[in-house]
Design a protein around this ligand. Structure first.
Ligand code: ADP
Ligand code: ASP
Ligand code: MG
Length: 242
């Protein structure tokens, strides 16, 4: 008999950087759904948006209030999660966006660098088992004081790992703009080679040295919780990196 798999699919800012790309992502989501999987999507802000928001706060003050900065910076993911949900619905698939506070994704109150402490799962589990695609805004949560928090730059990777953990999904797939993890940054070194498989330890070292491809806290969370991660490309069918 057939056992439905639950997938966590995370799409980074480079994968949702334009309306064309958002439509492409919606088609990838449709394909994975049509294969019979239950799908949870985690999405980043369209590329450049978070930086633009940060610049605006800098123009007001270099010491802009960190609680208000989190409300501001998290807004990019409200845009991308609604656009992607709408694009999926347009393909004839039931979908809905969730912001961090709506789930909720509970974090500590260390604003701009929060850690996820718990995620409520019942509503979304019900939605995906009834055939809906849940589209979760990455990078954000809510503190015990009811304030919006963010997980540090690149934090949608951490959202994806935490969602894979709390929803006990069968995969945690990080879709990005490169073929997977390469030996060095391909934007700097054209001869960089793709790695098929990398240990948590080596990936953590690479991430800590500044490889943007996965946020260090996300690598650490996947290592601690034993969550296998698959980094792969939105723009090619190549198998990526485990
Ligand atoms: P996303 O928008 O999907 O989160 P990021 O820009 O955060 O994407 O991360 C992907 C980028 O990481 C790639 O475009 C690449 O330039 C950079 N990068 C740096 N080091 C590496 C590496 N060793 N392997 C792959 N990508 C790397
Ligand atoms: N949009 C956020 C950032 O730029 C989170 C992410 O991209 O993962 O840092
Ligand atoms: Mg990133």
């Amino acid at each position: 008999y057939f056992i439905m798999k639950k997938l966590t699919l995370k799409f980074g800012g480079t994968s949702v950087g334009s309306i064309e790309k958002i439509k492409k992502v919606a088609n990838i989501v449709k394909k994975r759904k049509d294969e019979g999987n239950a799908v949870i999507v985690v999405v980043s802000a369209m590329s450049g948006v978070t930086n633009e928001l940060k610049k605006k706060s800098d123009l007001i003050s270099k010491s802009f209030d960190s609680k208000e900065l989190d409300v501001l910076l998290s807004s990019g993911e409200q845009i991308s999660s609604s656009l992607l949900s709408g694009a999926i619905i347009d393909l004839g698939i039931k979908a809905r966006s969730w912001l961090g506070w709506q789930i909720p994704i509970f974090t500590d109150n260390n604003h701009t660098a929060s850690k996820i402490v718990n995620i409520k799962t019942d509503e979304i589990l019900k939605f995906i088992s009834s055939g809906g695609v849940a589209v979760i805004a990455g990078f954000q949560g809510i503190s015990e004081n009811g304030r919006v928090t963010t997980l540090g730059r690149g934090g949608s990777d951490l959202s994806a790992v935490a969602i894979a953990k709390f929803f006990e999904t069968d995969s945690c797939e990080i879709y990005t703009d490169v073929e997977g993890i390469l030996t060095t940054d391909p934007s700097i070194n054209k001869s960089a080679k793709k790695i098929d498989k990398i240990s948590y330890e080596e990936m953590l070292e690479m991430a800590s040295l500044g490889a943007r491809v996965m946020q260090p806290n996300a690598v650490q969370a996947s290592m601690i919780n034993d969550i296998p991660v698959h980094v792969r490309s939105t723009f090619s069918k190549n198998p990526g990196t485990k």
